[in-house]
Write a protein that binds this ligand. Sequence first.
Ligand code: ATP
Ligand code: MG
Length: 257
Amino acid sequence: MIKIKDLWKSYNDHHVLKGINLEIKTGETIVILGRSGVGKSVLLRHIMGIEKADSGSIEIEGVNISSLKGFALFRAVNEVGMLFQASALFDSMTVEENTAFYHSQHPDPREGRVLTKAERHERVQAALAMVGLEGTEEIMPSDLSGGMRKRAALARLIVYHPKVLLYDEPTTGLDPITAMSINDLIVKTQRELNATSIVVTHDICSTLHIADRIAVIHEGELIHFTTKKEFLTIKDPLVQAFLKNSIPEGVVNERPI
Ligand SMILES: Nc1ncnc2c1ncn2[C@@H]1O[C@H](COP(=O)(O)OP(=O)(O)OP(=O)(O)O)[C@@H](O)[C@H]1O
Ligand SMILES: [Mg+2]
């Protein structure tokens, strides 16, 4: 369970998060929707423990990470992994080195020890197979397509089996078919790792495909948090706009000649 209680965050005089309350069940996938700049990435950075709130708290599996620092914080968020908005692969490393990076720096969280070279290799192979990137071990990130970069970033994330997965716009910039394959991977990863997943996206098709529940943030506040079914019946013009924008006008209305 992740419990976010009355979370406030400002940068100088700019109030970004204004008392966010959100409870996410273990194993659940929630999608966060909101206009550009409302603080979605800021919220994810707080859950990852890389940003400190002005007030309020975040509890992950019973541990309040807001009051922790240093090694205690590192241990509490050790099993929280994030797929960053821009993939953030290391450009000077091959796909294999990128995927092996976590284990080259840290003990395995479950085993509580540094993995041997053979074990690391096995984990990397399993992660690459899971995202369908077998055979790309020696390729540099700059030689990958956009969809493959996202897959490689996902492999680097799931290699250590985090319990909480945060995805920041995982399908942005991808064509619809590649985007759908990433959505399928998000669902598959959630099932195989029984992970709690929080996905930030602007893509309503992705949302309806992967979400158990949908949260909408507007002007720093959580204004809706509902099941998918209920979401489709919300009369709020903001939600209607999200739904409407998913269908291009030209497809709906016949164009004048
Ligand atoms: N470190 C920072 N210093 C100052 N302002 C920041 C910082 N990080 C975020 N902000 C501001 O907080 C607001 C929310 O940013 P955030 O990146 O969370 O938006 P977002 O909802 O993820 O938008 P997008 O959908 O475009 O990615 C923005 O106005 C941004 O400029
Ligand atoms: Mg963002």
